[in-house]
Design a protein around this ligand. Structure first.
Ligand code: B12
Length: 228
C-alpha cells in the first residue's frame, strides 16, 4: 500500500474516532442537538451509513451500557441515550430519502461561449452528484445554440452556469434568453465573479456566491419547476 493511501486511511480513522467521541459525549450529556450535529457532520464527511452505525452509534451505546453496569449513569440516562440514538437513525433515513428523491432530477452544467474556467463548475458537479442529482456535464465554452439543443435532448430541470470572465456575462444572459424561448420551464442557477448586475438581476434566476450554496439553490429550483 502506498504512503499516501496509508496517510489518508489514518486521517479517516482519526476523523471517525473524533465523531465517535463527540457522539458518545453527546449521549452521556443527553444532548440530542449535539448528537444530531455530529451525525450530520459524519454524513457530510461522506461516511457510509454502515460506518456511522458500526463505528459511531453502536460503540457509543456499548459505552452507555458499560457506564450503566458500573453504576455511573442511571437507567433513565441509558434510556435517554437510546432514544437519541433512535432519532439519529431516523435522521439518517430522511437524508437517504432526500438523496433518493433527487436522483430522478437532471441538472445540466456548462460555462458559456468564451469561458474556459471550470474549477468551480467541477466543484458544483461533485456537490450536486454527492447530494444525489443526475448530472449532465457539458463542460467549458458551450455556445448558446449548442446548449439549447442539449437542453431539448436531455431535458434538465435546472441549468447551472459559471462565468469568471466579465466578457462572458452577456453570453450567460443570451443563453438564458434562448433556453427560455425553447424550453420555458428550465430553471437557472448561476455563479462566478464575472457576472454583471444585468445578469444578476434576471427574474427567476438563482444566484450563488459560493459553490457550497448550490445544493440548496438547485433544490429550490426543482421545487419551483415541479410547481410550473
Ligand atoms: C486556473 C485559472 C485559469 C486556467 C483555467 C483552467 C480551467 N480548466 O479551469 C486557464 C489557464 C485556462 C486560464 C485562462 C485564462 N485566465 Co484565468 N485564472 C485561473 C485562476 C488562477 C483560478 C481560477 C479558479 O479556478 N478559481 C477557483 C474557483 C473555485 O473559484 P471561482 O471561480 O472564483 O468560484 C467561486 C465563486 O465565484 C463561485 N462560483 C463560480 N462559479 C459558480 C457557478 C455556480 C453554479 C455556483 C453555485 C458557484 C460558482 O464559487 C466559488 C467559490 O465557492 C484565476 C485566479 C483567480 N483569482 O480566480 C485566474 C483568472 C480568473 N484568469 C484570468 C485571466 C485574465 C485569464 C486569461 C484571459 C489569461 C490569458 N491571457 O489567456 C485566460 C482566459 C481563458 C478564458 N477565455 O476563459 C483573470 C481574470 C481577470 C478578470 N476578471 O478579467 C484571473 C482572475 C487572474 C488574474 N488575477 O488576472 N485561467
Amino acid at each position: 500500500m502506498g504512503h499516501r493511501e496509508n496517510e489518508s486511511r489514518e486521517l479517516r480513522t482519526s476523523r471517525v474516532g473524533e465523531f465517535e467521541r463527540a457522539f458518545a459525549a453527546a449521549l452521556i450529556a443527553g444532548d440530542e442537538i449535539a448528537a444530531e450535529a455530529t451525525i450530520r457532520e459524519a454524513m457530510d464527511a461522506r461516511l457510509t451509513t454502515a460506518d456511522i452505525d458500526e463505528k459511531i452509534i453502536a460503540p457509543a451505546l456499548w459505552l452507555m451500557g458499560e457506564l450503566w453496569e458500573r453504576g455511573e449513569i442511571s437507567v433513565a440516562d441509558e434510556h435517554l441515550a437510546t432514544e437519541i440514538a433512535m432519532r439519529v437513525l431516523a435522521l439518517q433515513r430522511e437524508a437517504e430519502r432526500v438523496a433518493q428523491a433527487r436522483r430522478g432530477h437532471r441538472v445540466m452544467l456548462a460555462t458559456p461561449a468564451g469561458e474556459r474556467h471550470v474549477v468551480a463548475l467541477r466543484m458544483v458537479s461533485n456537490l450536486l452528484s454527492g447530494a444525489g442529482y443526475w448530472i449532465v456535464m457539458l463542460g467549458a465554452d458551450v455556445p448558446a445554440e449548442a446548449l439549447v439543443a442539449s437542453v431539448l435532448r436531455h431535458r434538465p430541470e435546472v441549468i447551472c452556469m459559471s462565468a469568471t470572465m466579465p466578457t462572458v456575462s452577456l453570453q450567460v444572459f443570451d443563453t438564458i434568453v434562448q433556453v427560455r424561448e425553447a424550453c420555458p420551464t428550465a430553471q437557472f442557477v448561476i455563479g462566478g465573479r464575472g457576472l454583471s448586475s444585468q445578469v444578476r438581476s434576471q427574474a427567476g434566476v438563482g444566484i450563488c456566491h459560493r459553490v457550497s450554496e448550490v445544493v440548496e439553490a438547485v433544490d429550490a429550483m426543482v421545487k419551483r419547476a415541479e410547481l410550473n
